[in-house]
Structures are given as C-alpha cells and as structure tokens.
Design a protein around this ligand. Structure first.
Ligand SMILES: [Fe+2]
Length: 214
C-alpha cells in the first residue's frame, strides 16, 4: 500500500495472530536487593580462584544453580512467574520443573550471540547487575521466512521489525518461549553485567524425551 493520508485499511481491520509473548516482571526493591546480594556472594565464592575477566570475556557458572540454597528465593519467584504464564496461556499440565539455571557474567565488550534453548518450553532471565550500556536484551523474529524479503520501512514499528530490544533493570525477571531467539549486545559499560538464566520444561517430558539443552 502506498504511503498517504487516507489509508484504506485501518488498525481496527488488522487481526493480530500467533503473538510471541515475553513476560516481564519487576520484583520490588526490598525483595530483589536481598536476592541479588545472596547471588552476588555465591558467585564471588564460585569465582574466587578464577582469574578476573578480560575485556570482551564472559563467564558462565554450572547449570545447577537452582539446586543451591542461596538461590531459593529466586527459584520461588521463577516458579510463581512460570505458573502464572502457563495459566495465562491456558496450558494444561501435571508438573513443570526448572531443568537448568546458570549465571552469566559479561565483562566490558562481551556479548552473547543469538541462540535458543532447545527441549524446553519456557526460558527466562533474571537480572542481578545491570547499568546503563548493559541493560538490554534483543529478541529476534521467530518467523524465519519473513527475512526472505525485507523492504525498506518508513518507520520502525512493532508490525515490521525483526528485532525487539527489551530494557531491563536489577530485579527484572523475563520469561519467554524457549524457541525464541535472543542475543545480548556487547557490554558498553565499565562494570560486569550479571544475570541468571533458566529453562523450564514439563516434568513428564524431561523423563521421556531428549535432555534439555542450554
Ligand atoms: Fe539464552
């Protein structure tokens, strides 16, 4: 449709279909400050004997942090949020579980390429330390075929973009479909960017199907 002042099709004529939902929860300051202090202490202990990160380097912990006592409050929030998302989606299930949970530390200049988390239903990230220049995550259009033709746009909108940048803060909890590609731009701040990622799968599937991947 050509650009003009008199568009024939109005917004009300458009039917949104098959939405890709990213759920964003901001924990209250009192709660997240306590959670983050415990996580940072635990990570400092895990990294005690490791050399500091050089510019452009990242570090990931083991993938079993959800089993540690220091993360029990966060695990409680993750489970609550996951239950809420499953209810919102009207998903019928017997039980779900966290199949992996790990910390990501990105030094100045370090990024994370686009990826998904196969063999899980939901994935998520919780933000422990963010600051200006290290406070975003990118989500990429899961409809691969839309990339076949990318005409120039006169204005970037939710309907024509192939990437959505979500701004996060300390204490932000994101949940999204595990199939949704996401990436992190290079840390443009002087401080480390610290987050905790996790995956969620229906318990029956974890017993009978392929092992979840990170
Ligand atoms: Fe990820």
């Amino acid at each position: 449709m050509a650009q003009g002042k008199d568009p024939w099709i109005e917004a009300s004529d458009v039917i949104p279909m098959f939405p890709t939902l990213v759920c964003k929860v901001q924990l209250e300051a009192q709660l997240y400050q306590a959670i983050n202090a415990r996580i940072l202490d635990a990570l400092a202990e895990m990294r005690r004997d490791l050399p500091g990160l050089a510019r452009g380097e990242g570090w990931q912990s083991e993938q079993t942090l959800h089993q540690r006592e220091e993360l029990s409050e966060l695990v409680c929030c993750i489970n609550k949020a996951a239950r809420s998302v499953l209810q919102f989606l009207r998903i019928g299930y017997d039980a779900f579980e966290i199949t992996g949970c790990w910390a990501n530390v990105l030094a100045k200049g370090a990024a994370h390429r686009a990826h998904t988390h196969p063999n899980n239903f939901l994935s998520g990230v919780y933000y422990v330390r963010t600051q200006s220049g290290a406070d975003t995550i990118n989500f990429h259009d899961p409809r691969g075929q839309t990339g076949i033709i990318r005409p120039p746009v006169t204005e970037l909108t939710a309907e024509n973009t192939d990437q959505v940048v979500v701004r996060v803060k300390n204490g932000t909890l994101l949940l999204f479909p595990a199939y949704l590609q996401h990436s992190v731009d290079a840390n443009a701040s002087e401080e480390e960017r610290v987050s905790v990622s996790f995956n969620i799968m229906f318990s029956g599937f974890t017993e009978n199907l392929s092992k979840p991947l990170w």
